[in-house]
Design a protein around this ligand. Structure first.
Ligand code: ATP
Ligand code: MG
Length: 414
């Protein structure tokens, strides 16, 4: 390994096939979000720290342990975004997007979390993000879920993936359920892990999805939300599941799937795979009707999801290799100059072209074959003097002479 600067732990240099996979995920997302009428937005990579601490919540792992927070030269506390939702809600307020509600937006980019790096878990990683702000209808939840399902399908991510769905009810439901959970866990105090004991006051719902085996018996025997659902909350959930059924999207109920913070309402969901070990959640989201209020704004129902691009890229089928259409093989000085002109013409005509600069004829032909191009244009000084070049089909080996002026057309016809 060189003595020069090294990559920072938890960051990635993405190249080769991995970069192709990454791009394939982003391209599919861009295609599908258009089909669903989501506007593309670009967001800042950092925000005032309060944007995240107030909206994600001080008691979450993300805020308490994982944020990259620093003081800038002006003395302000800033944080590299650990997710998109909080910044989008900030913009909804500060940029007057409220007037555009209901607003469907989508973005992707880097997010930063100080976590222990491992396969599928990085400190700078990338998310796709889709949100609907200012919509209280269950149809919005359904639309986002069908969008997510189509995206995974287009990426070929279907085997071993399930949509797990739950409801967290409305405020009344949640308060009643929370009290029942606290009473239940109080009576199982001695069986809980230290982490869960600490959560008991602040965030008792989180005990339900604890990964600590010590918590599982108490968590598994805890009451489901169902008995506490108000008629309205039940009707909301029924509309979401009926919508999914109507759209032909398979789902399973996971009564242990929760979001800890108070402003999460109704729908919570995760697309989970059995293929990535402990990093099994590929896409997660839900309804967060109280978040904009937590940032000081008016009551704004909203729902959204985020997905890790790296995890999707690992699961997606291999993308088509990055190839060119035609390779130029010039031999001789005059031919090389002519090839530069021809290369520009081909590319301007929308034909992917490249040329090998070095080596003898054999080497250049080898490189042309390896490029994946279906055709090669061989330019020698003699042909050039006649105003011609040889167009070779690299699959069949057939070769023909073509006048230079007709080359772009001849390539296109093949
Ligand atoms: P996990 O339980 O894996 O830590 P999370 O609940 O922290 O996930 P979210 O905050 O819901 O994840 O983020 C949405 C998605 O971003 C996840 O489903 C996952 O695909 C991806 N993701 C989260 N953290 C990382 C990470 N450190 N590296 C790579 N991808 C990640
Ligand atoms: Mg996490």
């Amino acid at each position: 390994m060189s003595k020069g600067p090294q990559r920072i732990r938890g960051t990635q240099d993405i190249w080769g096939e991995e970069a192709d996979r990454f791009q394939a995920v982003v391209a599919a997302f861009e295609r599908v979000r258009r089909l669903y009428g989501f506007q593309r937005i670009e967001m800042p990579a950092f925000e005032a720290t309060a944007v995240f601490s107030r909206s994600i919540g001080e008691t979450t792992d993300v805020v308490s342990k994982e944020m990259y927070t620093f003081e800038d030269r002006g003395g302000d506390s800033l944080t590299l975004r650990p997710e998109f939702t909080a910044g989008i809600c900030r913009a909804f307020l500060s940029e007057g997007w409220q007037q555009l509600a209901p607003l469907k937006v989508a973005t992707h980019g880097s997010v930063f979390r100080y976590e222990r790096p491992q396969k599928g878990r990085y400190r700078q990683f990338h998310q796709l993000d889709a949100e609907i702000l200012g919509a209280d209808s269950p149809a919005a939840d359904v639309e986002l879920l069908v969008f997510a399902d189509q995206l995974l399908n287009e990426l070929g991510i279907t085997d071993g993936v399930t949509l797990q769905l739950n409801t967290l009810g409305d405020a009344e439901t949640r308060d009643a359920w929370r009290s029942a959970l606290v009473a239940h866990f109080e009576s199982h105090r001695d069986d809980l892990s230290e982490d869960s004991l600490a959560r008991l006051d602040k965030n008792p719902l989180r005990i339900l999805d604890s990964k600590d085996p010590r918590d599982r018996p108490a968590a598994d025997s805890a009451p489901d939300i169902d008995a506490y659902l108000t008629d309205q909350a039940r009707a909301f959930f029924d509309k979401v599941t009926a919508g999914l059924d109507a759209a032909g999207v398979a789902w399973t109920r996971n009564a242990r799937l929760v979001r800890g913070l108070d402003y999460y309402r109704h729908t919570a969901f995760e697309f989970v795979t059995d293929r990535l070990g402990a990093q099994g959640t590929v896409l997660a989201g839900g309804r967060y009707d109280g978040l904009v209020e937590a940032l000081g704004g008016p009551h704004t129902p909203a729902v959204g999801w985020a997905a890790g691009i790296e995890r999707l890229a690992m699961l997606a089928g291999a993308p088509a290799p990055n190839t060119i259409d035609v390779a130029l093989v010039p031999m001789g000085d005059a031919a090389e100059m002519a090839a530069i002109g021809l290369l520009a013409q081909l590319r301007r005509a929308g034909i992917a072209a490249d040329m090998g600069y070095k080596g003898n004829m054999k080497k250049r032909m080898q490189r042309a074959n390896a490029s994946g191009a279906r055709q090669a244009i061989i330019l020698g000084d003699d042909e050039l003097a006649r105003g011609e070049a040889a167009l070779k089909d690299l699959e069949s080996g057939a070769q023909q002479s073509v006048p230079l002026s007709g080359l772009v057309e001849a390539v296109r016809r093949q």
